[in-house]
Design a protein around this ligand. Sequence first.
Ligand SMILES: [Zn+2]
Length: 222
Amino acid sequence: MNDQHTPFESTISFSASAIVPTRYGDWEMSTFHDVQGNEHVCLTHGNVSDIEGILCRYHSACMTGEIFGSQKCDCGEQLDAALRRIQKEGRGVVIYLAQEGRGIGLTNKLRAYDVQSRGYDTVDANRALGLPDDTRRYDDANAILKMLGIKSVRLMTNNPEKLRSVREAGLLFDREAHLQPVGSIAQRYVQTKQHRMGHLNGSNEESQPLFHSEFESFLNAS
Ligand SMILES: [Zn+2]
């Protein structure tokens, strides 16, 4: 079950910061820790403080997809696209959250992959193992944005829970669809996210940003 709506007080605190030159240009990389010791990473490109509508990605860690190029999910493509898009725009922020496998961790994620190899989708595999569908939280990311002095963001996402969290924190300016082309293996994962977890379809006309009135009806309906 998702506990996204229970009260949550962010305990995040700033730890360290430095400029890191990357293939996507120069980024200021900062670490933040919560009281449980989880280490989140914030990357900013260009000046982002005191500005409305900063391009932003909340991205949950996916070692399999981002480091080892797993084709089971679209995480690597999504992170790459977010960094490229921000580099092109000249400013933006990526918050990289330590919540691997939608929060169940790498070991449980591999257990679930093994169950999936017997024909289960990602939701049913987790449930077969007694694991939650999604335990990710975005409160810490919201707190980081506020620490940076960011007024509001255009969030690159298809995930309604991210939109809801950022909106409730008073930080949502707009949504930017963020669906990347993926191979046939990841396609099933993307479809499961859309059909079973309410993720938005970013293709065709729906790839246009949703505006405020559309957010209202969309969030109220979900
Ligand atoms: Zn992934």
